[in-house]
Write a protein that binds this ligand. Structure first.
Ligand code: ZN
Length: 225
């Protein structure tokens, strides 16, 4: 496939230069788990979101909680979402979403690490992600530079070097050597390979230093050279 053809030595010497730009949309799979003292089985435990919201209207005031379950005994923790708010002060659509247990709302609450840290200093984050790949620019020439633009709509704790190693199926030491040899760099303020992925982060890699098949994996084509 011409799009992903690797540059030959002659082409490299001739200065033929091509960048393959791809976009990775990265979504976390497992919601972060707050660690709290379980009132039932007594002890610090990880809690997982049950996906259920409970709403309680008392007169003109309203409370809503996202229900969490202890991973050891299934005991509950009610995480406050709305506390003693005047019904009139609440956005109507938001109230309907709470009452309907709307999946998008539940998901955005469950993945809001910053909000969870209000309740505990220990929030366990997970590295499993799904990555949807899309080519942003096509080229008929050989690929010399691979540029990956990361879309990260929800904050995740996964580091850029770990994502690259798993998605390109190369070792972490390979990633480190590429970085050391200035064959891999990140672009965007405050970002780095050992930092958590940020929305808009770009990873730029010298494709000729990647093992066979890695460029295809990055583009999601999986085709042979
Ligand atoms: Zn428990």
């Amino acid at each position: 496939m011409p799009l992903l053809r690797r540059a030959s030595q002659r082409e490299e010497q001739a200065g033929v230069f091509n960048t393959l730009r791809v976009q990775w949309s990265i979504a976390p799979q497992t919601a972060p788990r707050p660690w709290l003292n379980c009132s039932r089985c007594r002890g610090p435990r990880g809690f997982r979101s049950s996906g259920k919201i409970r709403v309680n209207a008392n007169g003109r005031r309203i409370d809503a909680w996202l229900i969490y379950r202890c991973t050891a005994c299934d005991g509950t923790w009610n995480r406050p979402v709305v506390e003693r708010l005047e019904v009139a002060a609440l956005d109507r659509q938001f109230l309907l979403s709470l009452q309907a247990n709307e999946p998008d709302l539940v998901r955005s609450l469950a993945f809001d690490v910053a909000a969870l840290k209000r309740w505990t200093g220990h929030v366990q984050e997970f590295d499993d992600v799904s990555v949807a790949r899309r080519a942003l620019s096509e080229s008929s020439g050989p690929v010399q530079v691979l540029e990956i633009e990361c879309r990260v709509p929800r904050p995740i704790g996964l580091r850029a070097d770990r994502l690259l190693a798993s998605e390109l199926q190369v070792s972490r030491s390979c990633i480190r050597s590429l970085e050391k040899a200035a064959r891999l760099r990140t672009v965007s303020p405050g970002s780095g390979l050992r930092r958590s992925l940020r929305d808009g982060m770009r990873l730029i890699i010298d494709a000729s230093f990647l093992p066979e098949g890695s460029v295809e994996r990055a583009a999601g084509t999986g085709c042979a050279l």
